[in-house]
Design a protein around this ligand. Structure first.
Ligand code: G6Q
Length: 548
């Protein structure tokens, strides 16, 4: 494998950056009226405008060269065809099989996985319809009205994000809740208002050993048994989603109530599987399948369309441009849609757990930056909070604005006011405010010459801040599916270029192990002194002062 920084395209990009460093987007836009035409792409009802970036045609062509020289096409085919590209865990990476809507087989170890995938989807349909229609009855013969998904990380963030995003499509009278945190307040606060006779728990855990989830599930089971005075109630109120079927069975969940997961689905890519069961129950299986369809169509676009016209590829390359050639340390996601309020958190995990790596596929330490810090918030909320820093702070933060053309709740002028804010922000980030404008503004506000001289520097905004705009018609299940798949493939492309494995998570696993060992100390009220002096002393201090 040729080292990334030795690739000809990398070298050419370094040179290109130096040559074009001092160009301001504002000037480029002033000189070229067709910039939007040159730098936007459409896919179904999605539009990506990437014209407000520090690029020209040559930049894009060199970035595309970089993708080619990194073997992007070959790696893409390896992923889709079930090769074990997650080499550290010796696993295929096949979330795309979960949304494969074609008749094409997908092989893992020589076996077509599609029949099993379809059979789990069928089971999801049966269960979700039984629950939604009121046919599924609790221990006292009452239909279910509250669903509690108990899971953490990849077994939580996807279902939460999607069920919030698709809230307008949710069944009225049915409520979904998510308990992820082992902090007892999460489960206790959730259970407080629930009726045990009408609540269904879905224990979502691929490994079925994650302490946070198993502990929350046990507390929920105890609550149910205590309230029902009936151990047999568990069979009617607990469903599991797990790859480790044995562990789920020994927890007490009926075999037929266990949904299957596979080791070729990573946690943070698992919302398409039965980990999405809570979503399917809430919005109905037809809509869940529209979500899959949207993702499938994006998969096809990613796999087949030319790199230059490929939304995930272009987004990924722009990210590489800023991370590696402009030293951008973070990237902000700014949805202008209330329903997408968990979208930044979802892709914070999706991206940072995937590309927060510093060892190449060859086992070498990288000497270039990899995955940036992903953060974000609803754009309109951010405007009244952290946008000040984006405009005038000292950091360089490329941004994605994610915006629906139509609101699902059209009321008065709310939506156009929201959109006016979005348009204003991307434009101002790009143009900034120069000295002439700052001075003119102060004069118009009635300041004296002396005051203008003193005040204008604090009103200057450098501008030239890059942003992508992703516009879509309205947040439907299908569009959301495409949007999520687009970002998933963006992460894949970047991982390939950075030559890292985007599909393992050794640090997450280490966290689980160390916590389990310290838990034993806390549980037995003894400090083993096995750690560093800070940790040992903190444990001792805790044991001395704890009420337990
Ligand atoms: C995701 C990560 C991690 C994982 C959780 C839950 O890709 O591996 O977030 O999803 O730790 O794991 P379980 O589903 O096994 O409980």
């Amino acid at each position: 494998m040729e080292k990334l920084t030795n690739l000809p395209a990398w070298q050419a990009l370094l040179e290109h950056k130096t040559k074009n460093e001092n160009i301001h987007m504002r000037d480029v836009f002033a000189q070229d009226n067709t910039r939007f035409e040159d730098f936007h792409l459409c896919f179904n009802d999605l539009l990506l405008d990437y014209s407000k970036n520090r690029i020209n045609k040559e930049t894009m062509s060199l970035l595309i060269d970089l993708a080619r020289q990194s073997g992007l096409r070959e790696w893409t085919e390896k992923m889709f065809s079930g090769e074990k590209i997650n080499h550290t865990e010796n696993r295929a990476v096949l979330h795309t099989a979960l949304r494969n809507r074609s008749d094409e087989p997908v092989y893992v170890n020589g076996q077509d996985v599609m029949p099993e995938v379809r059979s789990e989807l069928k089971k999801m349909r049966e269960y979700s319809e039984a629950i939604r229609s009121g046919r599924w009855l609790g221990y006292s013969g009452k239909p279910i009205i509250d669903i509690v998904n108990i899971g953490v990380g990849g077994s939580d963030l996807g279902p939460v994000m999607v069920s919030e995003a698709l809230h307008p499509y949710g069944k009225t009278g049915l409520h979904v809740h998510f308990v992820s945190n082992v902090d007892p307040s999460h489960i206790c606060n959730t259970l407080r208002d629930l009726d045990p006779e009408r609540t269904l728990f879905i224990v979502s855990s691929k490994s079925f050993t994650t302490q946070d989830t198993i502990m929350n599930a046990r507390t929920a089971r105890d609550w149910l048994i205590e309230n029902s005075r009936n151990e047999a109630a568990v069979a009617k109120h607990f469903i599991a989603v797990a790859a480790n079927i044995e562990a789920a069975t020994s927890f007490g969940i009926e075999k037929e109530n266990i949904f299957k997961m596979w080791d070729w689905v990573g946690g943070r890519y698992s919302v398409w599987s039965s980990i999405g069961l809570s979503v399917a129950i809430y919005i109905g299986m037809d809509r869940f399948e529209s979500l899959l369809q949207g993702a499938y169509e994006m998969d096809q676009h990613f796999r087949q369309s030319p790199l230059e016209e490929n939304l995930p590829v272009v987004l990924a390359l722009l990210g590489i441009w800023y991370t590696n050639f402009y030293d951008a340390e973070s990237h902000v996601l700014l949805p202008y849609d209330q329903h997408l309020h968990r979208f930044p958190a979802y892709f914070q995990q999706g991206d940072m757990e995937s590309n927060g790596k510093s060892v190449t596929r060859d086992g070498q330490l990288v000497d270039y930056a990899t995955g940036p810090i992903i953060w974000g918030e609803l754009g309109i909320t951010g405007q009244h909070a952290f946008y000040q820093n984006l405009h005038q702070g000292t950091h360089f933060v490329p941004a994605d604005f994610i915006v629906p053309i139509d609101s699902l709740n059209p009321v008065g002028d709310h939506h156009i006011v929201l959109l006016a804010n979005f348009f204003a922000q991307t434009r101002t980030l790009m143009t900034g405010k120069n000295e002439k404008e700052a001075r003119a503004e102060l004069v118009a506000e009635g300041y004296s010459d002396e005051e203008v001289e003193h005040l204008y520097p604090s009103r200057l905004m450098p501008g030239n801040k890059p942003s992508n705009t992703i516009l879509f018609k309205a947040l439907t299940p299908k569009t959301l599916g495409s949007l999520i798949a687009m970002y998933e493939h963006k992460i894949f492309v970047q991982g390939i270029i950075w030559q890292i494995n985007s599909y393992d998570q050794p640090a997450v696993e280490l966290g689980k192990k160390v916590a389990a060992s310290i838990y034993a100390d806390l549980k037995h009220h003894k400090s083993t002194g096995n750690y560093d002096s800070s940790t040992n002393s903190l444990i001792k201090y805790f044991l001395k002062n704890s009420n337990d």
